[in-house]
Design a binder for this molecule. Structure first.
Ligand SMILES: [Zn+2]
Length: 100
């Protein structure tokens, strides 16, 4: 539905920008590290988008065989879920975020 229940405050992951769904998933330094690791791990071109929708539709335009498109789409969905889970663990449990 193109919505996440953010707090309209500072991003809890990087603490450097406003918290929006697009920032958390695409513009945040923390999520950027996640996407960089995933693209290297999967040997895909860099994963980049301006919006959450860009990420979720990336598999449609990436120049790889169909099976890799499906895998990339699944990996991006799981990574978005994990980034959101890390955000919630920081907000509600005070857990530090580690993307090394
Ligand atoms: Zn951030």
């Amino acid at each position: 539905m193109d919505r996440l229940p953010t707090r309209k405050s500072v991003c809890p992951l990087c603490e450097m920008s406003g918290e929006t769904a697009d920032h958390i998933m695409t513009g945040c330094g923390v999520s950027s590290v996640v996407w960089d690791h995933i693209s290297r791990w999967c040997k895909f071109p860099p994963i980049f988008g301006f919006t959450v929708r860009d990420l979720l539709e990336l598999y449609k335009i990436i120049n790889v065989v169909t099976i890799k498109k499906e895998a990339l789409h699944g990996i991006i969905i799981i990574a978005c879920w994990r980034i959101w889970k890390a955000r919630n663990e920081k907000v509600f449990e005070g857990k530090a975020v580690n993307v090394k």
